[in-house]
Design a binder for this molecule. Sequence first.
Ligand code: HEM
Length: 173
Amino acid sequence: MEHLNQILMPFIKVIHVISGVFWVGTIAFLTVVLEPHYRKQGRNILRNQMTSILPVMGPFLLIATLLSIISGAVMISILGYSWLTTLNGQIIIIGAVAAIVAFIVGDIWVRIERNKLRDYGGYLATQTLEGNPPGVEDSNKVKRLEDRLWFLGRLNFAILLVALTSMTIAQYL
Ligand code: HEM
């Protein structure tokens, strides 16, 4: 078993690091490059571009996220209980908890808020068809929902940086 784990571990780590790079890299690109670039061009452009890219990017991001979490969990089970009590193990666990919190914020919470925004957009479209175009109050609500989404995106990135930092420095502590 010990011998098998020594062969398995590098393979799992490669899957873990590649999927982690994809996960954090995508969020970094989105938060640091894409969003500010489209934001400068106006709220409508930002909304249209993001609405077009998210459905394409979403499934790849979800697969990378799940691969990273599952491979991490497999490595923890191989490294065992005595590893968990070392400083290296505890720093990795801090990183793992941060990554899982980032998943909850960046995937689950963002999804809930995005659905709220989509439903409200649908409601406004129906109201408009019935001859009641959106007023200032409605636009402000859409703005608030969108701003919350962007805040969650940045929060997600910040938590991911904590996860990545813990994972990379753990072996030197
Ligand atoms: C943001 C997502 C993540 C990224 C970018 C990431 C990145 C990394 C990197 C680069 C390493 C290699 C460190 C080294 O060998 O010096 C590593 C190792 C590790 N990660 Fe992660 N990780 C992430 C999430 C997770 C999660 C969610 C778990 C657990 C469920 C986890 C568990 C582990 C374990 C157990 C190791 C191996 C430690 C060792 O060999 O001593 N990681 N991770």
